[in-house]
Design a protein around this ligand. Structure first.
Ligand code: NAD
Length: 544
């Protein structure tokens, strides 16, 4: 029972710390990295708050230091998954009945713990487990995650405040935002700790019970995140964590009659597979499952002849190579007018060749390793394809080495073919392909950029000419869910640039926004009549 109106304060984005030499945060992070490296953590599956360790385990190794086993991860069996689903469904009842502000308090407290005493724990686990530099870990495992939790609580309040426009004399009309029935299946990618946890936390905030299946390679930080949520007061059973065979877990969850929704982030292929499984099971569900998926991209940078060369250079390097190009938003194809390319090419080669790459524990590095053997092999296949191709030329990088970890040098491919393989397929690695175009062929090249891929996630234009800015912005209206003018296409911030793509890139429900939270509720409208009538006849039926 709620006894008042509670205002969630307007959230502020968590400030990003610098980790500059001599800073307190740098010293604390180094201490935490050393502590986490000195142990191999046993990671359980978590069902109804119970930690289950005694299962087969799978080693979690650090991508940049293959000899370092960070954790042994318990793998769920079929019974575990079924039990976790039943537990999520059962836990929903009490959790959903809790006033929303009580639920919000749990996540607001977790945000303060994450940005406070556990900041370096989350950052270190993300650096070691997912091979991020301190900056790349800080912006998401600490800041974006805290932002997701705080902004979502604020947006949830707006949803609960929303009521029908009118209650005429003698009536009261109300709307109740019920959490969707059943359970939500949250399936997470490897590349963002913040996403991994938010996929579960967003529906849980709205009162749902959740089955969370993280990516194996993001297990360490997700495990710590769940511990923090427990410390913040998340009741047992609201979020149940399973690790293990994705296919088996997916089949059990998707064929369950109480599947209420899917909250997915990952590749387009896997999402399409999940959606088709829902389609084939459609007659068996109690409700139509909500399907929310943010998926792949083939994100572009399009330079107009009026673009500033130096701004473009920085955007290409940061946009394409930060976190080894493993952001769904990473710049992976660029269309550059030949008038600019002559000079830009030289600078791009020079700057890219100097990029420092290696173990992220050395804070002077700009890049670290790609996530695993599968990614390493896949990315290198594109590099070898370009080496052999007649219409493509590696102008920089192209080297790779897995003796210590999965390191791939930032690579730039120049192509004369705008439909060349690496111009149209998602690579998800540090590979940027540039198509220099004739300045006179601006219109044709815009069309090429628009049509070349099925994705529509992020895109950036560079131009100083204001007429060109307007023209390109209009032209690319449906080519990107997140669009940037004179900025790199990565680095969306919660509450500032709600993130998500359309077409093959996802359902565009914008993580960390009110639109996403709307997907986890199902409104119940209540009309109460204070003055019920007692005659069925209408006035027009009277005798004249
Ligand atoms: P992935 O699709 O390989 O895996 C995502 C998750 O799906 C993992 O937890 C995986 O174990 C699980 N999975 C795989 N097969 C499954 C099955 N049959 N049933 C159930 N679950 C299954 O993606 P990834 O390599 O972890 O992440 C990279 C991809 O994610 C890229 O395509 C990237 O563009 C995309 N991504 C998109 C966004 C976005 O907001 N649009 C954000 C981050 C990542």
């Amino acid at each position: 029972m709620s006894h008042g109106t509670f205002m969630v304060p307007t959230p502020q984005n968590e400030p990003v710390l610098s980790y500059a030499p001599g800073s307190e945060e740098r010293a604390n992070l180094k201490t935490e990295l050393a502590a986490q490296k000195s142990q191999t953590v046993e990671i359980p599956i978590v069902i109804g708050g119970e930690k289950v360790f005694d299962r087969e385990t799978l080693d979690l190794v650090s991508p940049h230091n293959r000899k370092l086993t960070l954790a042994k991860v318990a793998q769920a069996n079929r019974d575990d998954v079924s039990k976790a689903i039943d537990t999520a469904i059962a836990a929903r009842k009490q959790w959903a009945a809790l006033p929303w502000e009580e639920r919000a308090a749990v996540f607001l407290k977790a945000a303060d713990l994450i940005s406070g005493k556990y900041r370096q724990k989350m950052n270190a686990a993300t650096m070691l487990g997912q091979s991020k530099t301190c900056h790349q870990a800080e912006i998401e495992a600490a800041c974006e995650l805290a932002d997701f939790l705080r902004f979502n609580a604020y947006f949830a309040q707006k949803i609960y405040e929303e009521q029908p426009m009118h209650s005429p004399y003698g009536q009261w009309n109300r709307s109740v935002a019920r959490p969707i029935e059943g359970f939500v299946f949250a399936i997470a990618p490897f590349n963002f700790t913040a996403i991994s946890l938010n996929l579960a936390c967003a529906p849980a905030l709205m009162g749902c019970g959740v089955l969370l299946k993280p990516s194996h390679t993001a297990t360490l930080a997700t495990h710590y995140g769940l511990q923090i949520l427990e410390e913040a007061g998340l009741p047992a059973g609201v979020i149940n964590l399973v690790h293990g065979d994705p296919k088996m877990i997916g089949e059990l969850a998707l064929s369950h009659k109480d599947l209420g929704g899917i909250h997915f982030t990952g590749s387009t292929g896997v999402f399409q597979h999940l959606w088709s499984q829902v389609g084939s099971n459609i007659k068996n569900y109690r409700s139509y499952p909500r399907i929310v998926g943010e998926t792949g991209g083939k994100d572009f940078v399009f330079a107009h002849p009026s673009a500033d060369k130096d701004q473009l250079l920085t955007a290409l390097i940061r946009g394409a190579f930060e976190y080894q190009g493993q952001k769904c938003s990473a710049a992976s194809r660029a269309y550059i007018p030949k008038s600019i390319w002559q000079e830009l090419k030289k600078d791009l080669i020079e700057s890219t060749s100097k990029i420092k790459m290696g173990d992220p524990e050395d804070f002077s590095h700009f890049m670290a390793a790609v996530i695993d053997q599968k990614a390493f092999d896949k990315i290198n296949a594109y590099i070898e394809h370009a080496r052999a191709a007649k219409d493509a030329n590696i102008i920089c990088g192209g080297e790779y080495d897995q003796s210590q970890g999965y390191f791939i040098r930032p690579t730039v491919i120049e192509t004369t073919n705008p439909k060349y393989k690496s111009m149209v397929e998602e690579i998800f690695g540090p590979v940027l392909t540039v198509y220099p175009y004739d300045d006179a062929q601006l219109e044709e090249t815009l069309q090429l950029c628009e049509e070349s891929t099925d994705y529509a996630l992020t895109g950036a234009i560079f131009a100083k000419d204001r007429y060109a800015v307007k023209k390109l912005c209009d032209f690319f209206e449906n080519t990107a869910g997140n669009f940037y003018i004179n900025d790199k296409p990565t680095g969306a911030v919660v509450g500032q640039q709600p993130f998500g793509g359309a077409r093959g890139s996802g359902t565009n429900d914008k993580a960390g926004s009110i639109y996403n939270l709307q997907r986890w509720i199902s409104h119940r409208t209540i009309k109460e009549n204070f003055l019920p009538i007692t005659a069925y006849e209408y006035p027009h039926m009277g005798e004249s």
